[in-house]
Design a protein. Sequence first.
Length: 460
Amino acid sequence: MKIRKKITLIYVVLTGVLLLALFILIYLFSNTYTKSEFFDRLNGRAKIVAQIYLEKDELSSIIYDEVRKKHSQILPNEREAVFRVNLQESVILHDTLFSELPKSFLYKILKDKEGSLKIENTYYSGILYFDNQGDFIVISSADNIYGEAKMNNLAQVLIVSFLFTILSLYIIGRYYSGKVLEPITKITNSVNSITATNLHLRLPIENNKDELGELARTFNNMLDRLESTFDLQKTFINNASHELKNPLAVILGEAEIVLKKKRHVEEYIAALASIENEAHRLEILINSLLQLAQAGNVSGEQLIEPIRIDELLIQVKGYFNKVYPANRIRLDFSNLPEDQHNLVVNGSSSLLTVSITNIMDNACKFSNNQPVIVQLHHESSHIMITIIDSGIGIPENDLQTISEPLYRAENARGINGFGIGLTLAHKILRMHKGSLHVKSAINEGTTVTVKLPVSATSAD
C-alpha cells in the first residue's frame, strides 16, 4: 500500500471513529432528552387529570375551565386512570384498565410519590395524589409517536451525514495527502533521473526548515559522497591501469627486443634482469592492491587481540633492520606511561604491523634515508605514535588527497612507489577506531601522528 493511500485511510478512519462517537453521543443524549421530556408531559397530564376528577368540587368555574383547556390536547393513544389507595395498609384498589402494569411500578409510586415506566412503545407516568376524599394514584399513559418519529429522523440524518462526511473526508484526505507528498514525488523523480553519468545533479531544496528539506539535503550529501567515490574510482582505475601498464610494457618491450635476433649471453642476462626487476615491481603492486582489498573484509573477531604497541614497534624496527640494514629509524620510548596496561590496544597484530610498516617505510623512502624518529606516549584514553622525518615534505594542496589509492604528490613522482601504502594504513587505522593525522612542510619534513584507543579492559 502506498503512503498516500495509507495516510488517507488513517486520516479517514481516525476522523470517522471520532465522528461516529460524536454522532452516537448526540443520538443518545437526544433520545434521553426526548424520553425525559415526554415523561414530564405525562406527569403534567397526570396532575391535570387529578385536578379534573378530584378537585372539581373545590375549584371555581373559571379555574376549572382553564384546567379543562389544558387537558383538551389529547396525546396519541392517551389513557388515564385514578386508583384509590390505602397508605396505612399499602393496598391499591384498581380496575383492569392498566392491568399490564407491574405491581412493583405502583408500589414505587407509593414509596417515591411519583414514577415513570416504558413498556414497548407506551410511556407511563404516575403520581400519588392526596385529596380530602382520600389518597389516590393517578396514572397517565400515551405513545410518543412524534418523539419516536423525530428520533428516527435524527438517526437517518446522522447516518447520511456520517456517510457523506466519510466520503468527503476521503476525497479531501486523498487530495491533501497528494499535496503533502508531492515534494517526495519530485524527490523520487529527481533521484531516478540521476545516474552514474550525471552525478553532478542535485535535488532542489524548497524549504530548508522542514523534514523534506532535510531529506533532500541528506540525498544531496549522499550524492556528494557518491560523486567523490566515483571520481576516486575513476582515478584509481586510471592510475592502476597506468601503474600496471608500465612494468608490463617494459617486460614486453625487453622480451620483444631480445627475441628479434640472437644476442650475446650478457645481453640476455641484462634483458632478463630488467624483466625480473619490472616483474618484481608488478608483484609488489599486485600484492599491495590485494592487501588494500582484503583490509575491508576483516571480520570483527579478528580485531579483538590485545597488542602491546611498544612491542609491535620493536618488531617493525627489527623488520627494517633485516630488510634495510642502513635504515636510520630511532625509537623514542622516553614518555611511556607508568601503567603498562595503557600501552595495550585491541586489534589485529598483522594489520597494525602493515599499517605502521607502511608509514615508517614512507618516512625512510621520502627522506632519502635521513633520521626517522618514532615517539610513543599515552594521552587520555589513547596511545599516540608520532613518526617524524626530515624528507621532501608534502605540498599543502596534496594533504587532503594523500590517502586516496594510487595518488602521489607532485614532488614524489620520481621516487619508487605506487601510492598505496598510506591509503592502506589509513584504512586499517579506521577499522581499529583510530585516526591518522599528517602535518608537513616542503623540504622540511613530515610528521605523521597515529591515534589508537586503549583497550577498554586496560582503561578500567
